[in-house]
Design a protein around this ligand. Structure first.
Ligand code: ADP
Ligand code: ZN
Length: 626
């Protein structure tokens, strides 16, 4: 058995008999059924096939997996993929098997005989790809095993997990630099779908990718429509969205707390929308059943905390909805990115309100960790708030956060219904005066609600009881409505012109910059919320909001598409794999429009490789005739 450590880096110099390498493009066509590479895939693949290291930053759905799968098929030996996504390894291996690729995994969910079988296959050179959880590399036996086999490359998936600045930090990732120390000649490819410039640099440094070529794609996801709306009754708003724009679609709803996850799932179910809960407090079996159902069944809604979703490569997630404010732009981008991997129109929808800001500021103030940690959390929140309050294109702002410039997109809410901005200096001064006035009563605590009541001159029992009707500021704000005032408070909090006290009551305090507003040396620009009717307007570019994948097929084709979907559901169920492992929606669409009559013709459809043509072709043609 050849010891990989001594194996030369390039395939050409490899000691194996001069078996000609398969061309990556041929593998793409035969195995995956795709005619051309996308974006920088070809160059990335050439780099790795040639023995070089690569650091790849590409958005979700852009085809990162092929960047290591094809080199693993082309180079001699097994491609070793380090991935934190233990729960998904079985699905990944199933999907590869359906393509005729020999794949296996090693993680803590396996029993001994199973593990032995995979190890033997690896040692015998019978695996194209081997998935490993990062913690496996702490175990000497694993390192020993890898030493005894032949390694084509190391792929480090979800590479941002090595970054402490990011939101998905995993300590086990820090030791991945050992791969380079121990197997210096094996090419490495690190991939991630999220990275600010800081995270990018951190990945390169911590994984010792000094000699790697960097590939940074545009992070734009043009098929995702970004929308951020004011929160009034979030569940009802959500229900409206799902009923009007996403009936029968699969999607993910994110909530901050476990309780709200369960309530929301129950609420949707009670309203006729099949929904499942997912959070870290649920029994492990329940979690994995719910995840498996979400992946396998059509049209389920997963209501979850952010514990759910990393690596979920279900291609037809049509919407991602946030009922609470994400803690960072990275988190928001990552979570919304789970929509529309298949490139079809999808919605990213977030409901956000004053209470979100108050709650998150409070959580930061009372969080564990040192001042630097809290500053970091604060910076993340500020960037997220800036995205929520922007009057510019959301996509421009989002991409700018990742250091990329772009033009107004025409497919986000601010492009579709541009919000006006208005000079809010006077209301801001009124609000701050009220805060200052109430602040004089040292031992009292007043949240935003009370403040707005005072401004509006509402004689509530509490105001009467406290004698606040006699304050000079009582009733000075009747020119705005209550929602407008709450908007002013929220935006001032977002702009740092107002702060939330760490007292745990949400008491509002002035900040150093408030004084500039009060003295008139600083003006305050605020965003007027888009009127409700305008929100649902159709994009002027002609790009529509998300619709079902069959919606633009003509009558006959859409009937065929539905028939194919039924066939796919039955086939997937029979084989115990997710429907998309059989064929993606996009492939079924093409079949439904072209209606191939022979196996050869079927083989020319995008997404139909040799293995799937053989395995599913005959039945599929029958179903087409049916
Ligand atoms: P990522 O890992 O970047 O999120 P995936 O690797 O899951 O993306 O790919 C997203 C989808 O795009 C998959 O369905 C994949 O099969 C498809 N895909 C990838 N590369 C190509 C290509 N060159 N041509 C057509 N489809 C592709
Ligand atoms: Zn836009």
């Amino acid at each position: 058995m050849q010891v990989t450590r001594e194996a030369p880096a390039t395939a050409a110099a490899d000691g194996s008999p001069a078996a000609p390498l398969r061309a990556p493009l041929a593998v793409l066509a035969e195995v995956f059924g795709y005619p051309t590479f996308r974006g920088e895939q070809a160059e990335i693949i050439d780099t790795v096939v040639g023995g070089g290291d690569a650091l790849v930053l590409m958005p979700t759905g852009s085809g990162k997996s092929l960047c290591y799968q094809i080199p693993a098929l082309v180079r001699p030996g097994t491609g070793v993929v380090v991935s934190p996504l233990i729960a998904l390894m079985q699905d990944q291996v199933d999907a590869l098997s359906a393509l005729g690729v020999r794949a296996g995994f090693l993680n803590s969910t396996q029993d001994y005989p199973e593990r032995r079988r995979v190890e033997q296959a690896f040692l015998a050179g019978e695996l194209d790809l081997l998935y490993l959880a990062p913690e496996r590399l702490r175990v000497p036996e694993t390192l020993d095993l890898l030493d005894r086999g032949r390694i084509a490359l190391f792929a480090i998936d979800e590479a941002h997990c090595v970054s402490q600045w990011g939101h998905d930090f995993r300590p086990d990732y820090l030791q991945l630099s050992l791969l380079h120390d121990r197997w210096p000649t094996v090419p490495r490819i690190a991939l991630t779908a999220t990275a600010t410039e800081a995270t990018h640099a951190e990945i390169a440094e911590r994984l010792q990718l000094a000699r790697a070529r960097h590939f940074v794609a545009s992070f734009d996801r043009p098929n995702i429509q970004y929308r951020i709306v004011g929160k009034d009754s979030p569940r009802t708003q959500l229900l409206g969205l799902l009923r009007s724009e996403h009936p029968g679609d699969a999607g993910i709803v994110y909530c901050l707390s476990r309780k709200s996850v369960e309530q929301t799932a129950a609420f949707l179910t009670a309203n006729g929308i099949p929904a499942l809960p997912y959070h870290a407090g649920l029994d492990r079996r329940v979690r994995s059943t719910n995840q498996a159902r979400f992946l396998r069944e059509d049209g389920l809604v997963m209501v979850a905390t952010i514990a759910f979703g990393m690596g979920i490569d279900k291609p037809d997630v049509r919407f991602v909805a946030h009922l609470d404010l994400p803690k960072s732009v990275e988190g928001y981008y990552q979570e919304t990115g789970r929509a529309g991997r298949d490139g079809l129109p999808s919605t990213a929808w977030l409901a956000y309100g004053l209470q979100d800001v108050v709650q998150q500021r409070r959580m930061i103030d009372t969080s564990e960790g040192d001042a630097a940690h809290r500053r970091r959390l604060g910076a993340h929140l500020d960037a997220m708030l800036a995205l929520c309050e922007t009057v510019e294109c959301r996509r421009v702002q989002l991409l700018a956060y990742f250091g990329q410039t772009s033009e107004a997109c025409g497919n986000c809410d601010t492009c579709l219904a541009p919000p006006e901005s208005w000079d809010g200096t006077v209301p801001a001064q009124k609000l701050l005066s009220t805060v200052v006035r109430l602040d004089r009563e040292r031992n009292q605590r007043y949240g935003a609600g009370h403040l707005v009541d005072v401004l509006l001159g509402k004689p509530t029992p509490r105001i009467e009881q406290l004698g606040h009707t006699s304050l000079s500021v009582f009733g000075i704000g009747t020119d705005l409505t209550e929602p407008e005032w709450r908007g002013v408070v929220r935006q001032m909090l977002a702009q740092g012109l107002l702060a939330v006290d760490a007292d745990g009551y949400g008491t509002l305090r002035i900040t150093p910059t408030s004084a500039e507003v009060l003295s008139g040396s600083r003006s305050v620009l605020l965003r007027r919320e888009a009127p409700k009717a305008a929100r649902a307007r159709t994009p002027r570019t002609g790009r529509r909001g998300a619709v079902s994948p069959a919606a633009d097929l003509d009558g006959a084709a859409s009937l065929v598409f539905e028939r194919l979907r039924t066939w796919r559901a039955a086939t997937a169920k029979e084989q115990g794999v997710p429907a998309y492992v059989v064929f993606h929606d996009a492939t079924l669409r093409e079949i439904a429009t072209r209606v191939p009559t022979t196996l050869e013709e079927l083989g020319t459809v995008t997404g139909v490789g040799v293995s799937k043509q053989e395995r599913y072709g005959p039945h599929l043609l029958e179903a087409l005739l049916g």
